[in-house]
Design a protein around this ligand. Structure first.
Ligand code: ADP
Ligand code: ZN
Length: 721
């Protein structure tokens, strides 16, 4: 082969052809340096027949500059990249970028200098040096990373190096991970667990595509169950990928994994240090990373010999990526397994309707774990009708819930109050003139965070300290908080149960694996009586002394026009209810609601999952919603309101006529301003048989817009804002 076609990592460019220099051997998947104008870009050698492009005469071709010292991207991954780009209407280059997501890893083997404490003390101690010495106990990292850990400047640490208190250590960037051992501490599974585990393990051994829905009630031991097929994959020297929805959950998972396999798995998520990232990437690509636990982005990494994929809490919304390439990791995981010809396990206590439909159609095999492990009973669920039991003014907990909390406190048991709202109050206004605090960059209210004394936008991160006077009318001390967030609920608990130790658990307080681990230890050691938390605490945690769960406002999720609102409410409440009574003591769940008769609330109270799924399935069928029909969204945005509106109109005017789809809009998006960009939306509701993606590509591809306009496509959208 003396010429090759490359997919270059620049979404604005199509495939490019290059000449292969004398003596260079290339094969598809190889990552190469491609000259482009005066510079070079990274490209991936691709099968030319799968990547149509303009034929350039041989004499015009420029020569590849070189091969990067990494293994070629395997064929199944190349097929996954093609499929993802095609299905989600995304540029191939943007998807391929997700596979090459560590710049450092592409440079080949390397060593680096890290520093650690020597135990020596400086001649002159300063408060900063003191703080650094305390904070860096047991740490080893680069100066810059240590400065971040210790919260001091790099200069302070360089001073400590000169004083001999910190010493340099040369480390191999690719040092191997501790091996996980399949037989380290085998677990006795219950009969139902064994049956499910055995079925999956057999599919692992057979090495063929097999999608499973592991449908197990909360506390049934889904994790222990899928550990067994993981052990089988390890015995076969195949790699395993476990996707978790929330990085805060990994800590509990890691310790359970280590108990079972004698070593930690390899972690992958967006806040890894760059050295950890390159080490993980290279170990994944050369096959030495045995088990990778990660966020959705771990799905596109170049595993050398994948043998099993597990998606835990597979119904979770956080598997849906809503910017850049908009994809659903749950669905892409199944496609990856298909291309790799391996089994994939979607584990959940509250599977998505779409997943159940796949079982119904015979595509997925369902494995059931109908009862909790060790004989624990599922909790008893009751509703508290807020129109009968009215909480007092400025309070949010109705008398029956307060009594239940008091009982638990008296018995020394723990309670969890769930409200999916961070901060103190979702809206702040001026009692004098009615002024409402809004984000300057988004059409959203600023949320008061009282612990950290700021008003913050949860969409763009804009923050401002709460002002002393109203910015509109100048009146002092006139700001009032409207509605509750978790911090406000915590205040109310503290007021009503002065002896209770309250912990607010949100992404603000559990923002690192370390903080999450401290929280788990605190609760396990009985240091907390009442946890007040957001959806972060609805899953994964296993606290045997926790016997009461209170859902502060079950109606919250049902507001707004989200087509999955009922399903999401069901899942969230069922998940958080599943935290109660996991040990030997029975659990109780109180759901505060103004609509106890709403089908989803009634089904929750009756513990009748099937009734809920049946009603919801019927509603979806009537609406032509998934899994019976399909949705897609087109989002048009610009910093100029008129530019966004005009572009959206042009798209609307060019809409295709088709009996297979209804196209709504354009209309201003519910979040009509986001991060400084004005947004318009079109929504497409298509029959299953429609050529949805091709139609969208042909439609949008024929239109040109000013440079400042972005047009995004969201296939199978979750968010309708
Ligand atoms: P789920 O994820 O299904 O809600 P977990 O995996 O958290 O349930 O399991 C619930 C609890 O039961 C955990 O503490 C887990 O360690 C324990 N457990 C489950 N299966 C077994 C088993 N076979 N042997 C010992 N402990 C188990
Ligand atoms: Zn904002």
């Amino acid at each position: 082969m003396n010429r090759v076609r490359c997919l270059v990592l620049n979404a604005a460019l199509g495939p490019l052809d290059y000449k292969v220099p004398e003596g260079m051997m290339v094969e598809p998947g190889q990552v190469v340096e491609c000259p482009l104008g005066p510079r070079a870009v990274i490209g991936i050698v691709w099968e030319a027949e799968r990547l149509p492009g303009a034929e350039v005469p041989a004499e015009k071709l420029r020569a590849l500059r070189g091969l990067l010292p990494i293994p070629p991207l395997p064929a199944p991954l190349r097929r996954l990249i093609e499929w993802t780009a095609d299905y989600y209407c995304a540029p191939l280059a943007s998807v391929a970028r997700m596979a090459l997501s560590s710049g450092g890893a592409l440079k080949g083997p390397a060593t680096t200098i890290e520093y650690r404490l020597t135990g020596g003390l400086p001649e002159r101690m300063t408060p900063q040096r003191q703080a650094a010495l305390e904070a860096l106990e047991g740490e080893q990292a680069t100066i810059r990373e240590l400065a971040g850990i210790a919260g001091v400047s790099e200069g302070v640490l360089r001073g400590l190096v000169n004083q001999g208190c910190l010493e340099p250590v040369e480390v191999d960037c690719d040092r191997p991970y501790h091996p996980a051992r399949p037989d380290f501490a085998e677990i006795d599974l219950s009969d139902q667990q064994q049956a499910a585990a055995g079925t999956i393990a057999q599919a692992v051994r057979e090495g063929k595509f097999a999608p499973f829905l592991l449908d197990g009630v909360t506390g049934s031991g889904k994790t222990e169950t899928y550990f067994e097929p993981i052990a089988d994959a390890l015995r076969m020297e195949r790699q395993v990928l476990v996707l978790l929805p929330e990085i805060a959950l990994t800590e509990a998972f890691l310790s359970r994994f280590e108990e079972r396999f004698g070593a930690k798995p390899v972690l992958w998520h967006s806040s890894l240090k760059s050295t950890e990232r390159r080490r993980a990437w290279r170990a994944i690509a050369n096959g030495t990373a045995q088990v990778v636990v990660g966020a959705r982005s771990a799905l596109f990494l170049p595993y050398a010999k994948l043998g099993l994929i597990v998606v835990d809490e597979a119904h979770e919304v956080s598997f849906k990526q809503d910017d850049g390439v908009r994809y659903n990791a749950r669905d892409v995981a199944v496609m990856r397994a298909a291309f790799e010809e391996i089994p994939v396990v979607l584990a959940s206590a509250t599977p998505a309707l779409e997943s159940l439909a796949m079982v119904e159609s015979g595509t997925y095999a369902k494995l059931d774990l109908p009862s909790r492990f060790g004989g624990a009973e599922l909790p008893e669920i009751r509703t508290v009708n807020l129109t009968e039991h009215v909480p007092g003014r400025g309070s949010w907990l109705a008398p029956p819930l307060v009594e239940a909390l008091e009982e638990r406190l008296a018995r020394g048991e723990q309670s969890l109050l769930f409200l999916n709202r961070r901060g103190y109050a979702p809206l702040t206004l001026c009692r004098n003139c009615g002024f409402r605090f809004q984000c300057p960059n988004c059409s959203a209210w600023l949320v008061e965070h009282r612990f950290s004394r700021r008003l913050a936008c949860h969409h763009c991160g804009h923050e401002t300290p709460p002002p002393e006077t109203c910015p509109e009318c100048g009146e002092p001390d006139c700001l009032v908080a409207c509605g509750p967030g978790v911090e406000r609920i915590a205040d109310e608990v503290a007021e009503r149960l002065p002896d209770a130790r309250v912990f607010v658990a949100t992404s603000d307080t559990l923002n690192s694996p370390g903080r999450a681990a401290e929280f788990v230890a605190l609760v396990e050691n009985g240091g907390v009586d009442v946890i007040v938390g957001t959806q972060l605490v609805t899953k994964g945690f296993h606290f045997p002394e926790l016997t009461l769960v209170g859902v502060v406002d079950a109606d919250l999720g049902l507001e707004g026009g989200d087509l999955r609102a009922a399903e999401r409410t069901y899942q969230q409440v069922a998940q958080v209810a599943g935290r109660a009574g996991r040990g030997s003591k029975p659990g109780e769940v109180l759901i505060q609601t103004r609509h106890p008769d709403a089908p989803v609330i009634a089904a929750l109270a009756a513990g009748d999952r099937d009734a809920f799924y049946e009603a919801e399935t019927e509603a979806r069928r009537m609406a032509g919603a998934p899994p019976f029909g399909r949705w897609a969204a087109i989002i048009v945005s610009s910093e100029e309101e008129s530019e966004a509106r005009d572009a959206a109109r042009r798209i609307g005017d060019a809409r295709p006529r088709s009996d297979d789809m209804a196209i709504y809009g354009p209309a201003p998006a519910p979040l009509s301003l986001l991060r400084g960009r004005y947004r318009y939306r079109l929504l497409i509701n298509a029959k299953r048989s429609a050529r949805l993606q091709d139609t969208i590509r042909e439609w949008l591809g024929a239109l040109n817009h000013p440079d400042g306009v972005r047009v995004g496509v969201d296939i199978d959208p979750y968010s309708f804002v």
